[in-house]
Design a protein around this ligand. Structure first.
Ligand code: BJW
Length: 243
């Protein structure tokens, strides 16, 4: 299948797209917090063992995200433009728990690893907006239970969100664009393989450097997302359709 103006597109984003907005990547330099690797805190076991430590990790990240200096960058804005101007189906699946895509104007968006600015009550299941600090005494805005709240993100061993919808989009997509993700974490790291089974479909990686699976993509463009993403979106929208 050649890329035509109505080819269905799925975009997958990871921490790299928000790096130039001032948010650290998960596995990059400076990934240590209080002597802990981020991966070691993003688990149900860590939360059971030391809830205060895990609450504080997310309190810190929530405060950073809410700092007025943190804004969407040119890559987030280019994807909102692509969604608006592309004639075919479009879906943006992000692994990121920040809100920079929606602040850039993206609407067709799935947060498969949840959202930092939401809480989930382990008693009643209610998901609520949450911008302040959270701790072991925090009260659920819905059922008023205390000490049952956690941040609404997906930890290792938990099921990512809206997987049925995501697989439906992947199975009918003709162009898959993976941006700023290292390819370490499944199931997202395997999405390109599903698209590679669609006859004629193309898979493209835009990343600072080749990811773990780079050689299995149809094409790759390497450099900071604020440069590669707007350039790639321009080519698509201007009808230079072979990426
Ligand atoms: C730039 C840049 C710039 C920098 N411009 N680029 C095999 C199959 C299936 C599952 C597994 C499997 N093996 C193991 C598993 C289980 C596990 C897993 O994958 N483990 C691996 C470590 C091996 N997966 C799970 O447990 C998942 N659940 C699950 O599998 O359920 C069962 C299931 C099975 C089958 C189907 C469906 C379900 C859950 C995973 C949850 C991940 N959660 C986290 C934390 C979220 C909350 C939080 O933020 O605290 O999600 S972990 C963390 O990693 C976070 C991220 O979303 C995720 C991915 O990281 P990402 O975005 O790739 O960041 P980095 O830092 O790794 O990479 C950044 C990249 O950007 C780099 O490449 C840089 O070069 C680049 N970059 N600056 C462009 N300026």
């Amino acid at each position: 299948m050649d890329i035509t103006p109505d080819t269905p597109i799925v975009v997958l984003t990871g921490a790299g797209i928000s790096q130039e907005s001032g948010l650290p990547t998960f596995r990059g330099h400076g990934g240590l917090w209080n002597g802990h690797r981020a991966e070691d805190l993003a688990t149900p076991d860590a939360f059971r063992r030391d809830p205060a430590l895990v609450h504080d990790f997310y309190n810190m990240r929530r405060a950073v995200l809410l700092d007025e200096k943190i804004k969407p960058n040119a890559a987030h804005l280019a994807l909102a433009r692509l969604e608006r101007d592309w004639l075919g189906d479009f879906m943006l699946v992000t692994q990121n728990v920040d809100n920079l895509h929606e602040r850039a104007g993206s609407e067709k968006l799935i947060h498969m690893h949840g959202e930092l600015l939401k809480s989930r009550c382990q008693h009643c299941g209610q998901i609520s907006d949450w911008v302040g600090e959270m701790n072991g005494e925090s009260e659920c805005p819905n059922c008023r239970a205390r000490g049952q709240l956690r941040v609404n993100v997906v930890w290792f061993g938990e099921m990512p969100l809206r997987m049925d919808d995501i697989y439906r989009y992947l199975r009918r997509c003709g162009l898959f664009i993976s941006i700023g993700t290292s390819g370490n974490v499944y199931p997202a790291a395997g999405f390109f393989q599903i698209v590679n089974q669609n006859p004629g479909a193309k898979t493209v990686e835009l990343n600072l450097e080749p990811s773990l699976n780079a050689d299995q993509f149809s094409d790759g463009h390497y450099g900071p997302a604020s440069q590669t993403v707007p350039a790639f979106v321009d080519r698509l929208l201007n009808g230079v359709l072979e990426p």
